[in-house]
Design a protein around this ligand. Sequence first.
Ligand code: KPL
Length: 304
Amino acid sequence: MQRWHILGVGAIGGLFASLLQEAGTRCTLLLRDSDPDLAEGTTCITLRRGERLHSYQFEASASADASPISHLLVCTKAQDIIPAIAGVAHRLAPDAVVLLLANGLGYQQQVRARWPQLDCFSGSTTEGVFREGRRAICHAGRGSTLVGQPGRETAPGWFDAWLALPIQCGWSRDIDTVLWRKLAINCAINPLTALHGCPNGELAQRAELAALVGELCAEIRAIGIAAGQEQAVSDLQTQVMAVISATANNRSSMLQDVLAGRETEIDYLTGHLLAQGREHGIEAPRNAALLAAVKALRAGTRPA
Ligand code: KPL
């Protein structure tokens, strides 16, 4: 029977572990060696949807353990993906399935280069979920999840378990476009909200921020087109404004990272975008200024 190991048990990892388990797929949570739940060997996640609370019991395993992993779901922050997989690499079956479900671009190639034997897939989700406590998450907004593998038309057999999830989840024949579109949207929203310490909706309400979003979108679109991603960036500004309006009360993941004193994903978002721009001889001064400003935010310092 298929068993998924979950690496990165934050809001997204916790949500997918709970949904998979609810749909009959067994999941094991991979925890840091110092995690107190390891003493018990099990851990519980509480998932809130509106007024309803659901509890899920999971097997817990330390990364350093020896039992083999056949299916690995990676939901860590983009910058943690390589070290996190390295920590369990000794447990991965030679042809293990690895599904990377994180913001940003760039780490996919790094994983494939370092572990070419793995069967690597990528995913992108817009499920609205946030943490309410150490193992408590709230599924606040319904979104959709797309999974794919560059160049692969049809879904592999293991994906049947994902199609059974009680959310909108599908196979994408063009996951690169899906990931690029998500990158473009994140680049237009996340750094600005992190710098201004504002919920997503303020980017539309404050005229000076709305104008900046427009300028960022124009630069991102130019890079996308040069990089052969016309489809991903068509109507970019309209798409970005729609996401801002649909997530008006949300704090972006980058703002949450800054407020919690965590490293941000900026290198895999704006950093990756600018690297693509350089490759194609396209300058993006507004995005470059945001990259520098986000990097200059001292960890734990509340943005202005
Ligand atoms: O994906 C997001 C994020 O915060 O990372 C958006 C779509 C901007 C929603 O907040």
